[in-house]
Ligand binder design. Structure first.
Ligand code: ATP
Length: 409
């Protein structure tokens, strides 16, 4: 069969990119309080004073990044009304930067040209900080604001969140030259609670919470986007309310609601239909959910990936549910094979609890009576082991583990 010609004709989407994360909406719906608090926290900057450090938290897809971009754009624009102000914003996404060191390297490189970047390993941490202070001393700006998005990726190693907010206080960067502020953004509630006291003190001058959206708010967010994304009249009346209801019940995430709407439109288009119907949202729902689970699985730390790999191995041998000690034995072999740090069994028990919290694992407590004590048995939760295997195969370095299976332990 010959190929059909490509045509730009599209009966469903006017501009599907409007539904993507990269699209900046003109207004934020239902975020007045948060924007007000955000602007109030940054007011000292426009007066030329030292910035307060701000910590933004709330679940995924609730507008933390888009609010930050809007507030920063506004700040950059309004500074033009003041002669002696030059605000420089450095926005980095910390996803996949699993330590303070990696974040510090990334920040240094933000100040350097392409052919002058430093490598991600090799220098002692102190040298990296020295590079950073040097760039900050040399920059002409009156203020530098560091936005550290998805900052929870650095885990327990929060050194950078101690060093950066205090670089003006300890004289590394004289305030007369440049005033430095940090805006940390996180969608893990536990991250804030687990920050060391020294970091909490300096980073969390101001905390702004972004709550999940309810179905009503999501509906308005979707209507705002749908207007420019879809051809006039193609959305059946129930489509937006249903997508908003699903996302509202499940997560309160605008991202999830937008993905549902996009997927439903995509299904209708792929079938040459002229209308998006309620049934397309119902069909899109499990697909969007699966792709979210995949993303979440991809983004857990290496030690959790190895823990999941151990569970997969045990599952193949019909040995699930299993005790944490058995999981640990397989984990240890796997970690050695890929030449990564082998953590203690306690750390792996923590990883198992984290994976349970995310719903990837189920846990059952077993009680052997007064003498035998109790122990936990782990197995996969509401997730297909095949999908876990697919995801892990794509993770850098882990693909090697699948070449030869671990059988003896
Ligand atoms: N109040 C809102 N009005 C309009 N669009 C919104 C609103 N909140 C979020 N969105 C849209 O939802 C999507 C996700 O928002 P955003 O990336 O800001 O979430 P986030 O809280 O930073 O998520 P994460 O923690 O996963 O990074 C984006 O497309 C954004 O434009």
């Amino acid at each position: 069969m010959g190929l059909e010609p490509f045509t730009a004709e599209d009966p469903i989407f006017l501009d599907e990119d409007v539904l993507r994360d990269s699209h900046k909406p003109e207004d934020l719906i239902a975020r007045d309080r948060e924007l007000e608090e955000y602007q109030a926290a940054l007011k000292p900057v426009i007066k030329g004073a030292r910035p307060r450090n701000i910590f933004l938290y709330g679940q995924t897809g609730v507008g933390k990044t888009v609010a930050t971009e809007m507030v920063m754009d506004r700040l950059r624009k309004d500074q033009e009304n003041y002669d002696n102000l030059d605000i420089h914003v450095v926005h980095v996404v910390c996803k996949n930067l699993n330590s303070s060191y990696q974040v510090a390297v990334k920040l240094v490189n933000e100040f350097r040209d392409t052919n002058n970047k430093i490598p991600t390993t090799g220098y002692p941490p102190d040298t990296i900080y020295e590079f950073l202070w040097k760039h900050l001393r040399e920059i002409d700006s009156t203020h530098v604001l560091f936005v550290l998005d998805e900052v929870d990726a650095i885990g327990n190693d929060d050194d950078i969140l101690y060093e950066l907010p205090r670089c003006n206080d300890n004289g590394n960067i004289p305030v007369e030259e440049t005033k430095v502020g940090v805006i940390g953004i996180s969608n893990k509630f536990t991250f804030r609670d687990n920050l060391s006291a020294r970091v909490k003190d300096s980073l969390c001058d101001e905390e702004i919470h972004f709550p999940p959206y309810d179905a009503n708010q999501l509906r308005n967010i979707l209507y705002q986007r749908a207007e420019n994304a879809f051809v006039d009249g193609v959305l059946e009346d129930d489509v937006v309310p249903l997508a908003a209801a699903f996302a509202g019940q499940e997560s309160g995430s605008a991202r999830q609601a937008l993905k549902l709407l996009f997927k439903a439109g995509d299904i209708a288009r792929s079938r040459d239909l002229k209308e998006v119907k309620e049934e397309h949202i119902r069909e899109a729902e499990p697909k969007v959910k699966e792709s979210q689970v995949r993303n979440e699985l991809e983004s857990v730390p290496t030690q959790s990936h190895l823990t999941l790999y151990a569970l997969l191995t045990l599952e193949k041998q019909d040995s699930l549910p299993a005790k944490s000690s058995d999981i640990y034995d397989v984990y240890e072999i796997a970690a050695n094979r890929i030449d990564t740090d082998v953590k203690t069994d306690r750390t792996i028990r923590d990883r198992l609890s984290q994976l349970k919290l995310k719903g990837f694992l189920d846990v059952e407590e077993h009680n052997e009576g007064p003498k035998g004590g109790s122990y936990y048995l782990y197995e996969f939760g509401d997730i297909r082991p095949n999908m876990v295997a697919e995801v892990l195969r794509d993770v850098d370095r882990l693909d090697d583990l699948f070449q030869t299976e671990i059988t003896n332990y």
